[in-house]
Design a protein around this ligand. Structure first.
Ligand code: SME
Length: 156
């Protein structure tokens, strides 16, 4: 397993293309879920320097904070609450270009302006969501969705 990430500059898609095989390498042969989620959040943070990258895991019918990179965050999110709770309830990706326009958005930090939340699965079972927050308005689109889904599909 390579322990150094090769960080590249370039457009967002090129950055994902460079990162994807490296994350694959990091996860290869490692079955511990927390270790893998920790490295995925670190790799995304390191390559893109997003404001906050982290996982919330489904536990007893709520989301509980898991491995993340960035400032401290809310620890528990109820079903269908906030962007994370809504992505979990709908079981679909939510891209929020302006968090102030999202009814019920949970502001863990006032610096976060846009976010993408993607559910993830292990062996077909919904385990939680990955939340990526940006300090810029409208910082996420279908390219992020496509590649982050590919990254999340590596979790086993
Ligand atoms: N904004 C999220 C809460 C999580 S934090 O931003 C890290 C939400 O509305 O669900």
């Amino acid at each position: 397993m390579a322990e150094d990430l090769k960080i590249i500059s370039g457009d967002r898609e090129d950055q994902y293309k460079s990162l994807l095989p490296q994350i694959k390498g990091l996860l290869d042969g490692e079955t511990d879920l927390i270790a893998n989620l920790a490295n995925i959040s670190a790799a995304l943070k390191e390559q893109f320097n997003f404001f906050w990258v982290g996982f919330y895991l489904v536990k007893d019918n709520e989301l509980v904070l898991g491995p993340f990179q960035g400032p401290v965050a809310c620890t528990r999110i109820a079903y269908n609450r906030g962007v994370c709770g809504a992505a979990w309830a709908k079981e679909e990706t939510l891209i929020v270009p302006d968090v102030e326009q999202f009814p019920g958005h949970i502001a863990c930090s006032s610096l976060s302006k846009s976010e993408i939340v993607i559910p993830f699965y292990v062996k077909g079972m919904l385990m939680g969501v990955l939340d990526v927050d940006s300090e810029s308005i409208n910082n996420f689109n279908e390219i992020d969705e496509k590649y982050i889904k590919e990254i999340l599909s590596l979790i086993n």
